[in-house]
Design a protein around this ligand. Structure first.
Ligand SMILES: NC(=O)c1ccc[n+]([C@@H]2O[C@H](COP(=O)([O-])OP(=O)(O)OC[C@H]3O[C@@H](n4cnc5c(N)ncnc54)[C@H](OP(=O)(O)O)[C@@H]3O)[C@@H](O)[C@H]2O)c1
Length: 267
């Protein structure tokens, strides 16, 4: 991967845990300058300190709640005043779901959209003018295989991730004549706290690790694939275990795939 990320200013949301944390460490090893965001400042400080030990040039901790949309433009201004410009934004912050449609109040559906979709959109819109001014920038968005096909107990989560595909495919077309690039990242199962933090119908976190998540890819493996995709300017990547087959089945054998999903053991 040579020096592609060396000294680049890279803003990662969801940096306090899981894939975002692994991205921070992988980028630190390349000597990148990091801006680390999530809600939990203490966890961000822990990641920043580890990233510095692993070679990050600078690690700026910038707490941010993706559900507080009105605060986001001010936070972007603060960050830009400190770092000047952002070369790469990796939108990784998000929250999953473990509840049937019938057990999920609309408030929980809205919460998933507010964080996963509108939070990501708000941050992207706030940073885009600066990227255009500097005529540089790469925006990566961690969606999910659930952004390519729905599955039980993930209705609003899948909706929020599908919505990201619609938004960022449109944005990519609008930016086609600029140097700014968009990469959509669709992971399958990755071993992180995602299922522990996933919302149930009560609006509270599930609190337990799913089997499939526990058996998923290591977060540092996911991070390596994401960085390779950014470096290679990929528009979209999918990775994971056999769940990746779902993308092809949905596209070429949709009725068969519906049957598969209806019989799937869903956690
Ligand atoms: N692991 C998987 O199997 C998998 C598969 C497909 C897609 N993904 C996607 O990968 C991304 C990262 O998830 P992960 O697997 O690393 O799970 P994770 O360990 O639960 O990490 C989620 C990250 O998002 C942050 N976050 C959650 N709510 C937020 C909010 N309101 N504002 C700001 N940040 C918030 C969390 O930090 P705070 O709690 O500190 O805010 C944390 O840093 C998510 O978008 C997820 O949907 C994961």
């Amino acid at each position: 991967m040579s020096d592609f990320f060396y000294q680049k200013r890279i803003w990662i949301t969801g940096a306090s845990s899981g894939i975002g944390e692994a991205l921070a460490y992988a980028l630190a090893a390349h000597g990148a300058q990091l801006i680390l965001s999530a809600r939990n400042e203490a966890e961000l400080q822990r990641v920043a300190s580890e990233a510095t030990d692993r070679g990050a040039k600078n690690s700026l901790v910038q707490p941010l709640d993706l559900a507080q949309h009105d605060a986001i433009p001010g936070i972007v201004d603060t960050v830009l005043k400190q770092v000047g410009k952002v070369d790469i934004l990796i939108n990784c912050g998000g929250i999953s779901q473990r509840s049937l449609v019938l057990d999920t109040p609309l408030e929980v559906d809205k919460r998933l959209m507010e964080v996963n979709f509108f939070g990501t959109v708000a941050l992207t819109k706030a940073i885009l003018p600066s990227m255009l001014t500097h005529q540089l920038g790469h925006i990566a968005v961690v969606t999910s295989l659930t952004g390519k096909f729905g599955s039980p107990k993930r209705s609003a989560y899948a909706a929020s991730k599908h919505a990201l595909h619609g938004f960022f495919d449109s944005l990519r077309a609008e930016l086609a004549h600029t140097p700014i690039r968009i990469t959509l990242v669709c992971p399958g199962f990755v071993r992180t706290n995602v299922s522990i933090n996933a919302l149930t119908g009560s609006g509270r976190a599930q609190g337990t690790m799913d089997d499939a998540t526990d058996k998923g890819l290591a977060a540092d493996d996911a991070a390596r694939r994401i960085l390779r995709a950014i470096q290679n300017g990929k528009e979209e990547i999918w990775f994971g275990g056999k769940e990746v087959l779902g993308v092809y089945l949905k596209r070429f054998f949709p009725a068969y795939f519906s049957k598969v999903l209806s019989k799937a053991k869903v956690t």
